[in-house]
Design a binder for this molecule. Sequence first.
Ligand code: ADP
Ligand code: F6P
Length: 321
Amino acid sequence: MSVKKIGVLTSGGDAPGMNAAIRSVVRAALKNDMQVLGVRDGYTGLIKGDLVDMGIRSVSDIIQRGGTYLYTARCPEFREWEGVLKAKAVCEKVGMDGLVVIGGDGSFRGAADLSKAGIPCVGIPGTIDNDIACTDYTIGYDTAMNTTIEMVDKLRDTAQSHDRCSVVEVMGRRAGYIALNAGIACGATYIVVPEIGLDMDAMLNKIKAAKALGKRYFIIMVAEGIGHVDEIAERIEKETGIESRSTVLGHVQRGGSPTVTDRVVASQMGFHAVELLKQGIGNRVVAQKAGKIVDFDIQEALSMKKDFPMDLYNIANDISF
Ligand code: ADP
Ligand code: F6P
């Protein structure tokens, strides 16, 4: 199959590095004499036909920008087969022979549906959560963790000045990868992740033990999949006598200029996606495994399970007191 024109869209939550991926897709496709259409607002824009021609200079000056230059959306209509068929009709009308979808698991389910409908789609993992099982790395994760530690370092200054306990909620949807890594990087006394759950007594004992060893201020890192940081802070104050405050970091973690890791991985993955589509290969998701860029069947990828790095969690626990 000779592929002449492909589309590229971003879907679900934005992530730093998505722009670097868009740039790579556009430049790699143009280099292979394919035309590229940018689809605005994810699947919503695809159904509406909100498309823009992507020339070589259309992606200049975006590699360093956070967010997504093509905008993103959550599109309930695309979860229905009728929505998928509407999108397929748009692709056929404009001669789009393939589509690169940059997003998370949900976006890949949509990409699998559209591939089944006859438009080959390739997914690129873009989410700060790093919660996609088939890949060691998702675009945006490194930047989000770096933003998180920058923010927590600031919380640390004030916690230290007041001898307080700072209970911080970080993003990750149902996953604890940001909490675990940022927690280690910030020297958190205790890290709470949904993969393990909250053991209130273990946490309180850890804080008391650290206090007994002369620790004066504390950082407790809590993944949003656990939540209730205000209640956790209240309980710590009540049980330990340490004045406590809670902070939900929120969407600040999704913004900002992508780190070198996010820019480079995004560039590699975008290039790989085009290599697949140029051969007419769809229903694949690009992944990073042991430092190499590979790809998987989307259904196979979605059925995989990701192990939580217990060894890292145990190290964190052993060295924080
Ligand atoms: P993410 O891609 O980050 O996991 P979402 O779960 O919000 O984010 O999914 C993004 C979009 O992908 C949804 O708004 C919807 O358009 C599409 N999508 C999600 N789940 C499905 C599904 N099961 N079938 C088809 N499309 C889906
Ligand atoms: O998936 C990225 C993410 O930021 C999660 O960490 C978080 O749970 C969710 O998206 C927030 O989504 P929204 O942008 O709809 O508030």
